[in-house]
Write a new protein. Structure first.
Ligand code: M6P
Ligand code: ZN
Length: 190
């Protein structure tokens, strides 16, 4: 029997994934304008701007029971109006499934929301490990000047439910006030 080389490379410093079954996707402003509170700023921003990227290692097809996915989210620094760049955020389609997020570099906030709309905010930085339980929506916000890089591991049959977020949003937003990240109430757009 021979000793096999790793099929996939994972850079512990950058979160970069390379090799078999790895794919990368970019999320541009044009696709996610509606998540930001300042509609005018979101609509007048260049739709081609990449807000965040997601690399993913998927050994099994989406929906496979018992499998795992492994990913890296890279949220670029920037703002729409006074609101920091962030991910769309989602519940899992299979609500009971959990996920790990872990900080690789940069600084930001992980917003968590229960199904009845209770929200909490957690600092996300290198070395932070966050267990996101089932029935909890999750969104990453980059409050720093560099990329916020966060690793993730979730079940291959968890799925994504973006619809509930789109309808009611997160009840907390992260905006810049006096140069500092500040939590403000309100899911609605301006
Ligand atoms: C992490 C995981 C993925 C998710 C991605 C981007 O890598 O949670 O499942 O797709 O972040 O987040 P979102 O889907 O909310 O845009
Ligand atoms: Zn998730």
């Amino acid at each position: 029997m021979e000793i096999l080389a790793p099929e996939t490379a994972y850079d512990l410093c950058t979160g970069r994934l390379d090799g078999e079954n790895v794919s990368y996707g970019k999320k541009r402003l044009a696709e996610i304008r509606s998540i930001f509170r300042d509609r005018h700023a979101a609509d007048s921003g260049d739709g081609d701007t990449v807000v965040y990227e997601v690399g993913m290692h998927a050994e099994v097809p989406e929906g496979t029971c018992g499998g795992l996915f492994f990913g890296t989210s890279i949220i670029h620094p920037g703002m729409v109006g006074d609101e920091y760049y962030m991910t769309k955020g989602h519940f899992h389609a299979r609500r009971e499934t959990a996920e790990y997020y872990f900080g690789i570099s940069g600084s930001g906030i992980l917003l968590l929301m229960s199904e009845d709309g209770k929200c909490s905010a957690h600092r996300m930085e290198k070395g932070a490990l966050c267990y996101i339980g089932g029935h909890i929506a999750h969104r990453l916000v980059n409050t720093g000047d560099d990329d916020l890089v966060v690793g993730a591991c979730w079940l291959s049959d968890a799925g994504h439910d973006y619809g509930s977020i789109a309808e009611s949003g997160f009840p907390v937003r992260v905006v810049c006030r006096d140069g500092k990240p500040t939590l403000i109430p309100g899911a609605d757009a301006l």
